[in-house]
Design a protein around this ligand. Structure first.
Ligand code: SF4
Ligand code: SF4
Length: 145
């Protein structure tokens, strides 16, 4: 079994999100990404290789567990926005689960509710200038689906 990148990390209790999800989260996500995640056996391989796992509030394997358990608080996680869509987890998953597509589906569920957590126009000019260009490109790509 692959060790978790930060086994000592405290489990985060995420607040219930303000988003409305009709029915079970697993069905909503599957409808958007056509991925089957029931086969996940929580080996942690996806999280072990993720380049951003240290910054995430829940790890990629936890994201899958949250979906299976219908814990909609996964939609409030920082993790789904920190995911850079690098496909490393998808490449390494022994069950051939494409977590990158699942992360994108979760973002879509949030974006469809048109809730802005942060408007770049609210940031001071000095901070806006420090945002890397790739962040704007990524935001643009996420916003247009
Ligand atoms: S999604 Fe794949 S790599 Fe990640 S925990 Fe599940 S089976 Fe393991
Ligand atoms: S696609 Fe996202 S979750 Fe998967 S390894 Fe890359 S950053 Fe991590």
């Amino acid at each position: 079994m692959v060790p978790m990148p930060d086994a000592q990390r405290k489990r985060v209790q995420l607040p219930e999100p303000p988003f409305k999800v009709e029915g079970r989260l697993a069905e909503e996500v599957a409808a958007l990404c056509d991925e089957r995640f029931e086969g996940c056996y929580q080996c942690g391989t996806c999280s072990a290789g993720c380049p951003f796992v240290e910054e995430m509030d829940i790890t990629p394997d936890e994201v899958i567990r949250f979906i299976i358990m219908d814990k909609k608080s996964v939609l409030s996680s920082k993790t789904i926005w920190l995911c850079s869509s690098c496909f490393l987890c998808a490449e390494r998953c022994p069950r051939d689960i494409n977590i990158t597509k699942i992360m994108e589906a979760l973002r879509q569920l949030v974006l469809r509710q048109n809730i802005d957590r942060l408007r770049t126009s609210d940031l001071p000019e000095s901070e806006r200038r420090q945002i890397p260009q790739i962040a704007y490109v990524s935001l643009f790509r996420k916003s247009i689906g």
